[in-house]
Every structure is written in C-alpha cells, then in structure tokens.
Design a binder for this molecule. Structure first.
Ligand SMILES: [Fe+2]
Length: 293
C-alpha cells in the first residue's frame, strides 16, 4: 500500500474511533458533587440537585430512568436551568423523568431550546462565538412544559422572584428568561435580596455577564446556570474551547467565583440531536451541598 494511502486510511480510522467514543461518552451520565459555603452560621447542610440541558427527545428511556434514579441522592431542593426539550413531543418524557423529584421543592428557567425546535448545526460555527437564533425555527409548546412543571408545585423563575422553603430553610430566589435569545429582563427582579433569607439564589439558563454581574451586585450568595454544556468537546489539559456566551472559558462548568458570589455552571445532560457527541465532558447532574460559612 502506498504510504499516503496508509496515512489517509489511518487518519480515517482514528477519526471514526474518536466519533464512536464521543457518541458513547454522550450517553455516559455521571453525578458531579460540589460543596459551597453559602449558608448562615450553625446550619446543617442543604442538598440542592442541579439539572440542566436535558435536551430530551422521545425514545431516550435510559436518560429518563437515570434522571429518575437521582432521587436516591435525597436532595432537599431541585433547580433546573433550562433546555429541557429537543423535540416537540418530549414534554411527557420530561415530566416522567422529573416525576420522583416533584416530592421536593423545585424551580426552573427555560432555555432557547425549550422555545424553538432544533435545526441541523454547522460544525464550522462551533468556534465562531455565541450561536445566533436562526429564522424559521418552529416554536415548541413550551407553555405546556411550564404548566406541567408548575402544576407539580415548582416555581417558574422566568424574569420572576420567588421564595422556596426547603428543609426549613428560606431561599430568596430570582431568575431571568433566557439571555441567549434576549428574553432576559433583569429589571423585573432587580434589587436587594431579602435580608432574613437563608440563601440568596440567582438562576439563569445562559450565564451572560450582564445577568450574573447584576445578580452578584444585588447580593446573590449563589448563581446557578447551564447552557454551556461545559464546552461539550473539551481538550484535555486545555478545557473548554467555547462557552457559547460571553462567560470566560475557565468558568464553562463547575464551581467558580463571580464578583463575590459563588457561580455553579452545569455541563448538562444532553446535546443537540444533530450533534450527539461529547469529549472529555461527560453529561452530568450536580449535587451541591450547601454548608454554613
Ligand atoms: Fe443546551
């Protein structure tokens, strides 16, 4: 065999192996744990399950069952930071996945993929900066999703403030609708958090700086977000190449600090159905153990 032919064949095989691995990793769900010291002194820990970016489509029974199984972590509250959907018929599957979790208080925001049906992606767009909302994307029945979640007692935080009581602790929580598609209106929720709350919490799908700056400057103890998919394709030793927003790449997933607030970004559980791959970035749920300062 000609050396160039052998080289081309080797490169093709290596590429196919990398894609096969990345498709496997996209199904390889894991729980990431973090401890955050944000509660007032002398309180017992509070366990918060952070879910994000499920991107459910019909037929993903393994993902549904895995999310259901997270009830065994016995969280005191659940926060979901959007992108539940990647298909117009996925809402019953989302509610099925979350059904065991409705036993505890919960709150959520929506992401762009809850409003609009997915469209094929241009891989060349990946490194070019935040994605743009394409015209002609069909609307999804997002109001049915909101109704399904709120009828089970969870709070819709889209440009809204709320108070959640979890394990006897009072959480003053505010959220914005998705900044990635300019649906955020922080003015609707701005101002100091309640001084007598045990936790001041901000929630957003996409962690754009204009939103997390405002939440931190208003005194949030903790800000929770999704959207980034942790970069989705990470380079070992380098990390995320993109965040799909203006958040620095070093904060693409996990716990960091932002203007005095703790920031937790979930790498999420799913992918676009048109890019079902992850590399060095397993799909995750996060269990945050909040402790006293
Ligand atoms: Fe997403």
């Amino acid at each position: 065999m000609h050396p160039l032919t052998r080289l081309a064949l080797g490169a093709a095989l290596a590429g196919a192996a990398a894609v096969a691995y990345a498709r496997w990793e996209a199904q390889s769900y894991t729980v990431r744990r973090a401890t955050v010291a944000v509660l007032p002194p002398s309180q017992p820990p509070l366990r918060v399950l952070h879910l994000s970016d499920l991107h459910l489509v019909p037929g993903q029974s393994a993902k549904v069952q895995w999310v259901q199984s997270l009830r065994t972590l016995r969280p005191d509250a659940v926060i979901v930071t959007g992108d539940f959907l990647s298909h117009r018929d996925a809402i019953p599957h989302v509610l099925d996945a979350l059904d065991p979790h409705f036993a505890v208080p919960g709150a959520f925001v929506l992401g762009s993929n809850d409003y609009y049906a997915p469209r094929p992606l241009n891989p060349a767009q990946y490194l070019r900066g935040p994605s743009q909302l394409e015209p002609r994307r069909a609307m999804l029945p997002w109001q049915d999703l909101v109704d399904g979640l709120t009828s089970n007692g969870w709070s819709d935080l889209g440009n809204t403030r709320s108070t959640i009581e979890a394990d006897g602790r009072v959480i003053d929580v505010r959220g914005v609708d998705d900044p990635h598609i300019s649906r955020d209106n922080y003015a609707d929720v701005s101002g100091p958090f309640a001084s007598d709350a045990d936790l001041a919490l901000g929630v957003t799908h996409a962690p754009y700086l204009r939103v997390i700056d405002a939440m931190a400057n208003d005194g949030a103890d903790l800000i929770m977000a999704g959207h980034t998919h942790g970069g989705q394709l990470r380079v070992p030793g380098v990390g995320a190449l993109v965040t799909n927003c203006d958040l620095p790449r070093s904060q693409a997933r996990g716990l960091s600090s932002h203007l005095g607030a703790a920031l937790h970004v979930s790498a999420g559980l799913g992918t676009s159905p048109y890019a079902p791959v992850r590399f060095a970035c397993r799909p995750e749920a996060s269990l945050l153990t909040l402790t006293s300062t």
